[in-house]
Each structure stands twice: as structure tokens, then as C-alpha cells.
Design a protein around this ligand. Structure first.
Ligand SMILES: *Cc1c(COP(=O)(O)O)cnc(C)c1O
Length: 421
């Protein structure tokens, strides 16, 4: 055993403990849903912490679909998409999604994290610039790093800051660009390399820890002015936003020209697992040719693709489910703001309560748990220092009475503990 190696790991873990940042996972002994049982507990908790917004994760028709899919296609895909793992269950899901969202092509990925890595790594390179919202999902940050493009962050949802990061002088025109070295006409070459530079604007549609929506309609003129390309990760908007659940694209009434590259996940409102990118044929072909997280991984189980297709059908047909979610969101906001709880400006299923102090979050989440509610306590570094929060998420199958009891319990705690502030 390598002592030095394990000593180093132990020290780092100790440090994590001491700085109060320790993360811990709980084990469920029940299916995912509005009521769940944690291992070691006898009473179920009302679950306000999942991303299963439409409560599809344990829907009987999806469970049936997984059985049918397994019977028809088996479990494992057996290989990557490009070797022999691509089945007609995948193809049918791709076609249905492309048609539903109005794109030429859809590419499937095993999860959203990989879709985002693939997207940024394969479409952009050293000579390009990626500009993204400061609060974007970690996978987009990692994707930008993997691309080796110049990487800038703009202030959260700020059009002015986006404008600034797109305008600022690029590193290509500085002496750091080695391709210019020794050239007789540095200026003209650097101008040329700037012409070749692609600028990408990358944003979450709905922000995962804040629940607010990127002002895509205001970004588009700026994007066009700079001849940039915009990429949107709508993990939390799909199935939730828009009359028919088509997410932020529908919310802002945009088409595939305006929103050319749209990423979505199946692990949230769809209630299954996996992800996709909707795009033009050219972009999709670029994934097939160049995206390492697409090429070098086993295709998602075909039975799961089959199940996700069924989930899409439910999502399309069952508008009532989305309306129930909307009513629950509205109910929560109405009564929580009545009680003076520190809500954030969100109309989505993600409703953070901004307690600010980490200890307050931990204590409040523990208090809620004692009273039968499971709520996530989100602390730095997941969110900025001083902005620790409870991340309350609503879903379609929460009972109004559950929401009322949650808010009553929360405000009870808030009244006696707001002195933390
Ligand atoms: C959850 C999430 C992802 C990652 O998706 P997975 O399928 O869970 O890997 C990517 N982006 C955003 C905004 C997310 O919320």
C-alpha cells in the first residue's frame, strides 16, 4: 500500500470535514416519488428535494415500458453507438425528440454531464472563445476546460456583462499567440486569426440552484451582433416551462434558427436517465466524428431509450400533470411569501429559500426532517459564500396539504431562528 498516497487523501478528507463542507449521501429504500423512505427510518418523508418534477420516475406506465423494452431489446446495448450499440429504440427516440422540438437532428448521450462535455469539447477548440454564465452547471465549466478554448464567465443573467465578455480583446491578438511569432506581418495575421475565431455563448436555460431563467430573448441580439453561436442547457426547463413543456425555447417562443443547439436531460422531468443535444445535421455529425464522450462510451440501454420515448409521449399527452406542477409552484410561492420567507425570483419548480448562513441551512433542514420533510441544504462551494439556501423543489404529485404543512413548519423555524442573520 502506498502510504504517501493514502496519507495525502486522508489529509484532504480531514480538511473537508473541518471546513464543514462534508457531503453525505442517503440511501432510499423506496422508489423515487413525492413520498420516500430513507434507510434506517420507519416513517416516510415528503420529498421536496428531487428533480422528478412531473413525478414520472415511478410512473406505472414507464415501469411497464421498461419491462417491454427489456423484453424487446434486452438490457445492455453491448457497445458504443458507432460500433454496434445503436438500436431502433434509440433511433425512434431521436426522431420523436427532433420532431417535437423542431430540429433536424438529435444525438443521445448516457447523461447530461457527458452531453455537455461532448458538446463543448467537440465543437470548439484552442482558437475559439467560450463565454458562459457564472452560475452555469459544473459540466459546462468542465466542458469548456476540455475544449481548450479561451474561457470567460459573465455575470449571472447580465446582458451587459455578456456584451462585455464578447467584446473584450481576444488573446489571439496578443503576443501570446505563438502562431504569430517570427511572422513578417503580425498584425494582418492576428486579424485573420480573429476572423476565424468562433465565439460561443453558453447558458443554462433554468439555473439549477436558483430556479431563475436566462433572458434568452435579450441575449439573441448580442449573440447575433458578435456572430456568436448560442448553446442552451435546458435540463430544468424541459417538461416544465411552456404550454406544452418544450422548455425555455417555448417560453421565449424561439425556433431552431434562434436556438441552434439545445441540450436536455432525461433524469429530471422525463423521470428516466440520459440526455440529448438537438441541433442541425452538421452539429450532430460533428458529435459522431469528433465527440470523445460520444464515441468512446457504451450506448444507453435500448430499453431505457424505449422507456424515455414513452415518457415523452406521457409528457406530450398529459398536460394536466404540468398544470398540477404549476399550481403547486404557485401555491408554495403564495403562502411562503405571505409568511415572509426569503424566496428568490423563480417561477420554475426550483424554489430556493435563501437562508444565507450554512449552519442555518443545516439546522433548518434537520428540523424539517424531524417533521417529515426532505429538503436539500445547498452550501458553498455549490453556491457562492454567504448564499447558502434550502433548495425546495416542487413536483406534480405533491398534495397541496403537504405544501401547506411544509411552509407552516418552515415559517415556524424561520420565526424563531431568523436571528442567525
Ligand atoms: C442535472 C444537470 C446536468 C447533468 O445531467 P445528468 O444527466 O444528471 O448528468 C447538466 N446540466 C444541468 C443544468 C443539470 O441540472
Amino acid at each position: 500500500m502506498n502510504q504517501k498516497f493514502y496519507r495525502k487523501l486522508d489529509q484532504r478528507l480531514q480538511q473537508q470535514h473541518q471546513s464543514g463542507l462534508w457531503r453525505e449521501q442517503k440511501t432510499l429504500t423506496s422508489p423515487q416519488g413525492p413520498l420516500v423512505l430513507q434507510q434506517g427510518q420507519t416513517e416516510p418523508l415528503v420529498n421536496f428535494s428531487s428533480n422528478d418534477y412531473l413525478s414520472l420516475a415511478s410512473h406505472p406506465e414507464l415501469i411497464d415500458a421498461l419491462h417491454q423494452g427489456a423484453a424487446q431489446f434486452g438490457i445492455g446495448s453491448g457497445a458504443s453507438h458507432l460500433i454496434c450499440g445503436h438500436s431502433d429504440a434509440h433511433l425512434e427516440l431521436q426522431t420523436a425528440l427532433a420532431e417535437w422540438l423542431g430540429y433536424e437532428s438529435v444525438t443521445l448521450f448516457s447523461c447530461g454531464y457527458m452531453a455537455n462535455l461532448a458538446m463543448l469539447q467537440s465543437l470548439f477548440g484552442k482558437s475559439d472563445r467560450i463565454v458562459q454564465d457564472k452560475l452555469n452547471h459544473a459540466s459546462l465549466i468542465d466542458g469548456a476546460r476540455a475544449s481548450e478554448a479561451e474561457h470567460k464567465r459573465f455575470q449571472h443573467c447580465s446582458v451587459a456583462s455578456l456584451q462585455q465578455q464578447l467584446s473584450c480583446l481576444s488573446r489571439g491578438s496578443s503576443s501570446r499567440d505563438s502562431s504569430n511569432r517570427g511572422s513578417p506581418d503580425k498584425a494582418s495575421i492576428s486579424r485573420k486569426s480573429d476572423d476565424a475565431r468562433i465565439k460561443a455563448v453558453v447558458t443554462d436555460g433554468v439555473f439549477s440552484m436558483d430556479g431563475d431563467i436566462a433572458p434568452l430573448d435579450q441575449y439573441l441580439p448580442v449573440v447575433n451582433q458578435h456572430e456568436a453561436v448560442i448553446l442552451v442547457d435546458d435540463a430544468h426547463g424541459l417538461g416544465v416551462l411552456g404550454e406544452t413543456g418544450r422548455g425555455c425555447k417555448e417560453y421565449f417562443n424561439l425556433d431552431a434558427q434562434q436556438l441552434p443547439i439545445l441540450m436536455g436531460t432525461f433524469g429530471k422531468a422525463f423521470g428516466t436517465a440520459g440526455a440529448f443535444v438537438a441541433s442541425s445535421k452538421t452539429v450532430a455529425e460533428s458529435f459522431t466524428q469528433f465527440a470523445r464522450p460520444y464515441i468512446y462510451t457504451t450506448a444507453m440501454p435500448p430499453a431505457l431509450a424505449y422507456t424515455t420515448h414513452k415518457s415523452l409521449t406521457l409528457l406530450q399527452q398529459d398536460a394536466e400533470r404540468r398544470q398540477r406542477l404549476q399550481r403547486n409552484i404557485q401555491l408554495f410561492r403564495d403562502i411562503a411569501s405571505d409568511k415572509g420567507l426569503p424566496l428568490m425570483p423563480s417561477i420554475t419548480a426550483i424554489q430556493p429559500v435563501l437562508l444565507k448562513q450554512e449552519q442555518a441551512c443545516i439546522d433548518c433542514a434537520a428540523y424539517l426532517k424531524q417533521h417529515g420533510f426532505w429538503v436539500g441544504a445547498i452550501r458553498p462551494p455549490t453556491v457562492a459564500n454567504g448564499s447558502a439556501r434550502l433548495r425546495i423543489t416542487l413536483n406534480a404529485d405533491h398534495q397541496p396539504s403537504d405544501i401547506e404543512r411544509l411552509v407552516a413548519c418552515l415559517s415556524q423555524w424561520w420565526r424563531t431562528h431568523r436571528a442567525y442573520d
